[in-house]
Design a protein around this ligand. Sequence first.
Ligand code: NAD
Length: 507
Amino acid sequence: MSNQLQDKTQMVKDILESVRDVNLYINGSFVAASSGKSFENINPFTNETINHIAEGDSADIDEAVLAAKTAFKGEWGQMKVKDRLSFIYKIADLIDEHIHEIAPLESYDTGLPISQTKKMVARAAQNFRFYAEMVSSRLVGDTYPVDDEFLNYTIHKPVGVAGLITPWNAPFMLETWKIAPALATGNTVILKPAEWSPLTANRLAEIIDQAGLPKGVFNVVHGFGETAGASLVAHPDVQLISFTGETTTGSEIMRNGADTLKRFSMELGGKSPIIVFDDADFDRALDACTWGIFSFNGERCTANSRLFIHEEIYDAFVAALKERVDNIIVGDPLDEGTQVGPLAHRTHYKRVKSYLDIAKEEGCEVYSGRVPESFSTGNYVAPTLLLGADNKMRIAQEEIFGPVMTVIPFKDEEEVIEKANDIRYGLAGYVWTKDIQRGHRVAQAVDAGMLWVNSQNVRDLRTPFGGSKHSGIGREGGYYAFEFYTEQQVIHVALGEHHIPQFGKKK
Ligand code: NAD
């Protein structure tokens, strides 16, 4: 047996030994769902059952909220910031220590290639470290002196119980992207992970348990969106909901949370343009474009799923893309060399496949790479180009969320800006040109929250993350997350004897 195969066999053995049936984590204990129910967790590579997951519902949410509320009023709420942050650093260190086993678990559960989950897990540790640093350096108020009469100032207080609802596409990383700022700013948390990717959320609960946080500060309730998720949203003692997921789910959550006047952060779907002008650095644009759509199996909210390519270089660029698609390594997510793995779930696989039929019906050329026959049990969709598309087509307007890129030619700047913006989404965008003035101009003209010029999606954790239009409301990242996870309070202090009207005083 080759060394690589031996490593993989050992990895699978380790995963299977570590994976037990999964419980909820409430008030510092791992417990079964109060209903006793569980649901199957399926391996996207084999479509076999991995294990069973406790199926939380409103009764479990009630218990978790009570625990979180009690912790907020108790030890966690009273704790000195320095002590609180030492827990956050501890969580980061523990994640780093366990990367070698969290990354394979994530790949096993989601189908994401292991070379990519390793980076995601490292980023998860970084999320905790970053927010510990941000809170100690940037969670500061303002002062407003009013001559010698008043000193007014603001402070940031944690909001209370935070409900965090997350998707399956990059679960561990996205969960920590919310948990880190929520906890570092002093809130308590109930995480409702996606039902298709529960394993690393549970591993995170074990790590947080090991870090020794007080009981009830962090809770995980697995279960379905319509039951566990909806109860969390409707709960009167949950002050805020941070949601990442589909746009339609986001609207429903906002409707369901309206009666209890929740604060919402919404990170929703995308169909982001990449615009490649004829003067672009051809090879770098090609690398970025290919990575941007086919990494994370195309299940990436900021994927460049709409390529606008200048007509002068259309043929050459498409020929180069076809060559890349032919050569992308589609494989077992646990193989180091794999570039594209199986999609997270059979239902999602069918949905992505259906768009290939729609593309044909709409008159596109569908150009796909190859999935080796030995992988027929997995949810594989080959890397695919939908060529000769028009921006009005469904395959150009709807989020497919798989390794599928819609390719549209354009003539000039004005036309491409109009087309890039002619969509309900506004999450991200990418511009490739050597003309730096045009680069800035076009980037600023695209209606989206985040733009990259001559760059792939390189995140700077200090900058605001989020989308406009139907891609989201609010911003996460940097100190922007403080707006959401803290309540600003202003204190007005009189320094002298300012005038106070004397109603009812006898003259
Ligand atoms: P989804 O909306 O189906 O589910 C997301 C989460 O919401 C899951 O935990 C689910 O159980 C829960 N949920 C579903 N219905 C609910 C309800 N009525 N009340 C409360 N919770 C409910 O999304 P998904 O399919 O898991 O994820 C893919 C989507 O996420 C894509 O659209 C993608 O673009 C988006 N996404 C956006 C970002 C971003 O930052 N903008 C990042 C990653 C993914």
